[in-house]
Design a protein around this ligand. Structure first.
Ligand SMILES: Nc1ncnc2c1ncn2[C@@H]1O[C@H](COP(=O)(O)OP(=O)(O)OP(=O)(O)O)[C@@H](O)[C@H]1O
Length: 650
C-alpha cells in the first residue's frame, strides 16, 4: 500500500481491500477526513487499528503522530512531551507495526525459545507492570508474546517465560541486569544458560522510557551494561522518551543513540514544562497541621475522584496513610506483593487515597486521579513535573496542590524552573467544609421517609416551645450534629494551624537598614537570615516596640509562626496563637531590664507609624521571596485585602 507521503507498507491483499472499503466509508465522514491524526492516516494495520478503536482510540495524539513515521522508518529517536500526552503509545504503536507488518517483520526471530526483539526499560516496578499490561492488550491480536521482568517477584515464572520465547521484554534495569548477568553464573550447563538467561543479542528495538530517571546516578552503569548486550548496535533502533530531559541526560543518552538520531520535543524552549491541563496550587501549611488539613483539601478539590499524596520519605508516607481514613501507603520498603495489591486496589477504586513516595511519581496512568497533593516542595523540578502530572492526563483536567511550610520551604526554584505560575490558596476553613457537610446533611433529611415524623414530632414541638432559639436555628444545630461539626475551629490563613490567627504588621516605610543593624545589641540576638539587614522577625520586634513604646518579649517573637517579610520591607505577615492576639495588638509593657540601647532604636525610628492588622479572610501580600501570599475562600473568589482586613488596636 502506498501512503500520501510516498512510503510503501506491507499489508496483505485482503487488508488492502478492507483498507479501501474503510477509506470509502470515511470519505463520507467529513469529520474524520478533517482529522489529520486519524488512525487511517497512518500505516497502521487493521488488527492493530481495531484494538485501538476498542480502547477508544480513534486518532493519534501529537507526540504519536509526530514520531510514528520516524520510528517506523527506522530512525533512533529522542521524544519529549508533557506528562499524560501518550508517550507510551508513541513508541508502542510503530514498534508493534514494525514487528508485524513493517521493516522488523522479516528479520525478527520467531518460534519457540526465540530471543526478544524489543526491550523496554523503565525505572520502577509499577511502571514496568503498567507498560507490560499495555503491550498485552495488543499482543494477543498481533500474535506477539510479551514478558515482564521486575524485582521483588519470583525469578522462576519470568525465566520460564523467557525460555518459551518472548518478543517483547519490559522491565526494570536491576532485574534485567541480574537475569542477563548473574542468572548465567548460577548454572553450569550451556543450554540452560541459553534458555534461562535473557538473550539480548537479537534486539531490534531498545526503549528507555522515563530515560532521565533511569540514567540518574547508579542506574547509568546498569543501563549501559544491558544495552551493550546487543550483537550489532548499528542494527538496533533505540528510542528514548520522557517528559523531562535535562541537558546532562541528553549528553549521556547520545552514547546509546545513533549520530543521525531524530528529536521530537513538544516542550522545547516553552516556559511551561509541567502539564498545562493541571491547576497548580500552593498552600502554606506547617508540618504539624498537614494531617488535619489534607482531608479538607481532598474534600474541596478532589471532585469525588482519586487522590495521590506524595511525601518525601517512606516513613512519612506510612505515618500519613495511617492518619488518613481509608488511605494506603506505597513505597519501596513495602513488600512487592503488597505494593501490587495496593496499586490494583487504588486502580479499581477499593480506596481513593494513595500516599506514596516518588515510586509513584513517574509514568503511572491511573483513571480518575483528580487531585495530587505534595506534602512539601520536592528536591528537584523534575519530581514536581512528574508528580503533578499524575493528574490532568489524556486531555482531562486535574488539580495539584503543593503544601509548603513558609518558614522552612521555598518553592521559588520549582516555580522558576517549571515555568508554573502557582495559584496561592489558604487551607479550606473548617467552617467552609462544615457548610458543605451541612448541605449534604440537608439532602439526607429530604430523603428520610415522612413516616418517621409522628414518632419524633412531639419531641420536636417540645424543643421549639422550650428553646429561645428559632426553629431554623434549632434545625441548624440538628444539621451540625448530623454533619459531625458540633464544634468549628478556625485555622490561621498562613500556616493553617488551628487556634492561630494571621497578622499583618505594617510600618509605613522600610524600617530597617544594614547600618542600623549594628547599632543594637538587642536586635543582633534575634537576627534572622532572611535578607541582609531586613528580617521579618526584626520588623515584628521593632514594629511592635515602636507602635506602643512597649516591649515584645523574645519568647513571644519565638512563638510566632510562618513569619515572612513583605516584599516592600515595610512589614511582615505571621501567625500568633489566638490566645496571645490581644496582647500582640496591645503590645507588652516595657520590662525593667530592657536596656537603653533598645530604646535608642525606638528613638531612631520613632517617626514610623505601625499598624497591626488581623487578616481574617482573604489577602494578597507579596513577601520577600517574591511569593504572592494570597488567601482565598474555597470557591476561589479572590477578594481585595483592603476591603476585608480589620485594623485593630491602633
Ligand atoms: N491517541 C490517544 N487517544 C486517546 N487516549 C490516548 C491516546 N494515546 C494515549 N492515550 C491515553 O492517554 C493516557 C496517558 O498516556 P501515557 O501514560 O502514555 O502518557 P505519558 O505521556 O507517557 O505520560 P507520563 O509522562 O506521565 O508517563 C493513557 O491513559 C493512554 O491510554
Amino acid at each position: 500500500m502506498q501512503f500520501g507521503d510516498g512510503r510503501a507498507h506491507e499489508f496483505s491483499e485482503e487488508e488492502e481491500e478492507e483498507e479501501e472499503e474503510e477509506k470509502m466509508r470515511f470519505d463520507n465522514d467529513s469529520e474524520r477526513e478533517e482529522d489529520p491524526n486519524a488512525l487511517t492516516k497512518f500505516r497502521i494495520s487493521k488488527a492493530l487499528r481495531e484494538t485501538l478503536k476498542d480502547k477508544g482510540i480513534e486518532s493519534l495524539f501529537p507526540i504519536q503522530a509526530m514520531t510514528f513515521n520516524t520510528i517506523l522508518d527506522g530512525s533512533d529517536l529522542v521524544g519529549r512531551a508533557r506528562t499524560g500526552q501518550g508517550k507510551t503509545l508513541a513508541f508502542m504503536l510503530p514498534i508493534l507495526e514494525s514487528l508485524t507488518n513493517g521493516p522488523a517483520k522479516t528479520s525478527r526471530k520467531t518460534g519457540y525459545g526465540r530471543p526478544p526483539s524489543v526491550l523496554v526499560l523503565l525505572p520502577t516496578r509499577e511502571l514496568a507492570t503498567q507498560v507490560f499490561s499495555d503491550f498485552e492488550i495488543y499482543d494477543g491480536s498481533l500474535g506477539l508474546k510479551c514478558c515482564c521482568l521486575y524485582g521483588g517477584s519470583p525469578y522462576q515464572p519470568q525465566q520460564i517465560q523467557l525460555k518459551r520465547g518472548a518478543d517483547i521484554v519490559v522491565g526494570t534495569p536491576g532485574r534485567i541486569k541480574h537475569v542477563a548477568t548473574y542468572g548465567a553464573c548460577k548454572l553450569d550447563v550451556q543450554d540452560h544458560i541459553d534458555r534461562q538467561t535473557i538473550d539480548l543479542s537479537a534486539l531490534k528495538f531498545r526503549v528507555l522510557d522515563e530515560a532521565d530517571e533511569m540514567l540518574r546516578m547508579g542506574f547509568v552503569e546498569d543501563v549501559e551494561l544491558i544495552l551493550g548486550k546487543v550483537e550489532d548496535a548499528s542494527r538496533v533502533q533505540t528510542l528514548l522518551f520522557s517528559a523531562t530531559l535535562p541537558e546532562w541526560v541528553k549528553h549521556i543518552a547520545a552514547k546509546f543513540l545513533k549520530q543521525d538520531k531524530k528529536t521530537t520535543d513538544l516542550v522545547g524552549n516553552e516556559k511551561m514544562k509541567a502539564s498545562t491541563n493541571v491547576r497548580h496550587i500552593v498552600l502554606p501549611c506547617s508540618g504539624s497541621a498537614r494531617s488535619q488539613i489534607i482531608p479538607d483539601i481532598i474534600h474541596c478539590y478532589s471532585s469525588g475522584g482519586r487522590t495521590i499524596i506524595f511525601t518525601e520519605t517512606k516513613d512519612s508516607a506510612s505515618t500519613l496513610a495511617g492518619l488518613l481514613p481509608g488511605a494506603r501507603a506505597l513505597h519501596g520498603d513495602i513488600q512487592q506483593a503488597t505494593r501490587e495489591v495496593t496499586l490494583s486496589g487504588f486502580r479499581s477504586g477499593k480506596f481513593s487515597t494513595l500516599v506514596a513516595t516518588n515510586v509513584a511519581a513517574r509514568g503511572l496512568d491511573i483513571d480518575d486521579v483528580q487531585l495530587i497533593i505534595q506534602c512539601e516542595p520536592p528536591r528537584d523540578v523534575e519530581a514536581y513535573i512528574h508528580r503533578s502530572g499524575r493528574t490532568g492526563r489524556a486531555g482531562k483536567t486535574g488539580i495539584a496542590v503543593m503544601l509548603y511550610d513558609p518558614r522552612k520551604s521555598n518553592f521559588s526554584k520549582i516555580e522558576r524552573e517549571s515555568g508554573v505560575k502557582f495559584e496561592h490558596m489558604s487551607a479550606p476553613q473548617p467552617a467552609d467544609i462544615a457548610k458543605v457537610a451541612g448541605a449534604e446533611a440537608a439532602e439526607k433529611i429530604a430523603e428520610i421517609s415522612d413516616r418517621v415524623i409522628p414518632v419524633f414530632k412531639d419531641v420536636a414541638e417540645e424543643l421549639v416551645k422550650s428553646s429561645v432559639l428559632s426553629p431554623a436555628e434549632l434545625l441548624a444545630k440538628a444539621l451540625a450534629k448530623i454533619a459531625g461539626y458540633t464544634e468549628i475551629k478556625s485555622r490561621s490563613l498562613l500556616t493553617s494551624m488551628e487556634n492561630y490567627v494571621t497578622v499583618l504588621l505594617e510600618c509605613g516605610k522600610p524600617i530597617y537598614t544594614p547600618s542600623m543593624l549594628n547599632s543594637s545589641r538587642g536586635i543582633d540576638t534575634i537576627t534572622d537570615t532572611k535578607r541582609q539587614g531586613y528580617t521579618a522577625r526584626m520588623v515584628v520586634w521593632i514594629g511592635l516596640f515602636v507602635k506602643s513604646d512597649k516591649f515584645l518579649p523574645e519568647e513571644k517573637v519565638e512563638s510566632i509562626r510562618g513569619l515572612s517579610l513583605t516584599a516592600d520591607g515595610k512589614g511582615a505577615v505571621f501567625d500568633v496563637a489566638t490566645e496571645d492576639l490581644d496582647q500582640f495588638i496591645a503590645g507588652y509593657p516595657v520590662e525593667e531590664e530592657a536596656g537603653e540601647e533598645d530604646f535608642q532604636i525606638g528613638g531612631m525610628i520613632d517617626s514610623l507609624e505601625v499598624v497591626v492588622v488581623v487578616v481574617e479572610e482573604v489577602a494578597r501580600i507579596t513577601t520577600v521571596d517574591g511569593e504572592a501570599f494570597s488567601i482565598s475562600l474555597p470557591d476561589q473568589t479572590l477578594l481585595n485585602l483592603s476591603k476585608i482586613w480589620h485594623v485593630r488596636g491602633i
